[in-house]
Design a protein around this ligand. Structure first.
Ligand code: COA
Length: 248
């Protein structure tokens, strides 16, 4: 794997670089390595958002600030990309499109929504009892039928590495994100979009993706036997959906 460091707004941003025209954005408390199954098979670039993975932290106050980093990172790489975003990353992807539609070939919205309210016990718990709350979150991230404890452990440890300050900042950013009315009123128009969602996702249920189908005519791929971490739970099915959409 090639790793690149790009300087954005005076901060070093780490990118898992495999070449091509797909750009991946991870979710709360994660890092670009969550896309390892997609990068190896489909190529692309996966960012470690500021303060995650091997990227330097920056002053971030919500989804818009993350989106500014992503836009500038994409511009540094050059060209146009299919932008794939998971959960918080999907919120960031929507904002990237709204800020710079001409650098986006298509949006792939994985386990996400136009609004991402977070359970109050998660927001509170991340500040009060971080490790216990991360355990509670990780239990909700996977389908009951998913039994690979190694993968669950990796996700748990990645969030712990990210730490309580940044993980709370991420979930707070999700909780504050809300484009429901913008889509409903037609103020937000998006070109080509694909939603990928696990049928058993309890964090961002299938109806959040169906909203995009109704509002912006998005394509949808509902993946059986998967929860919120669909790209880790069912990598082949996710890769097929991305390949079809991107014409690979
Ligand atoms: N797309 C379409 N509709 C949405 C939506 C989205 N992204 N987000 C909310 N809505 C709808 C809901 O379906 C609901 O409609 P209904 O009244 O017809 O059922 C309405 O908007 C209000 O829902 P919500 O904003 O979620 O508020 P709430 O007070 O009902 O519930 C939570 C708050 C936190 C309990 C709930 O959002 C939840 O369970 N979230 C998932 C758990 C979580 O923490 N996820 C983390 C995401 S990163």
């Amino acid at each position: 794997m090639k790793v690149e460091k790009v300087e954005v707004f005076g901060k070093f941003v780490n990118i898992h670089s495999y070449g091509g025209d797909i750009f991946y954005i991870h979710g709360s408390g994660g890092s670009g390595s969550v896309w390892k199954n997609q990068l190896r098979k489909l190529g692309g670039y996966a960012i470690d958002l500021p303060g995650h993975g091997d990227s330097e932290d920056a002053e971030i106050n919500g989804v818009d600030d993350y989106a500014d980093f992503v836009v500038t990172t994409m511009e540094n790489l050059g060209g146009r990309f299919f932008v794939v975003g998971h959960s918080l990353g999907g919120a960031i992807a929507q904002k990237v499109y709204l800020k710079k539609p001409d650098i986006v070939k298509g949006l792939i919205l994985v386990s996400t929504g136009a609004r991402l309210r977070v359970l109050p016990e998660i927001l509170e718990g991340l500040q009060k009892d971080f490790e216990k709350t991360v355990r509670f979150i990780v239990e909700k991230l996977f389908s009951p039928s998913f039994e690979d404890d190694e993968i669950k452990k990796d996700v748990f440890e990645e969030i712990l590495r990210c730490g309580s300050k940044i993980t709370y900042r991420d979930f707070k950013a999700c909780n504050d994100f809300d484009l429901l009315e913008d889509y409903r009123s037609g103020r937000v128009r998006v070109g080509r979009a694909l939603c990928i969602v696990g049928a058993d996702d309890v964090m961002t249920p299938v109806k959040y993706s169906e909203f995009f189908v109704k509002m912006i005519n998005a394509e949808i791929s509902v993946i059986d036997g998967a929860g919120h971490m669909v790209m880790l739970e069912k990598p082949e099915e996710v890769n097929e959906a991305i390949k079809r959409f991107c014409g690979l």
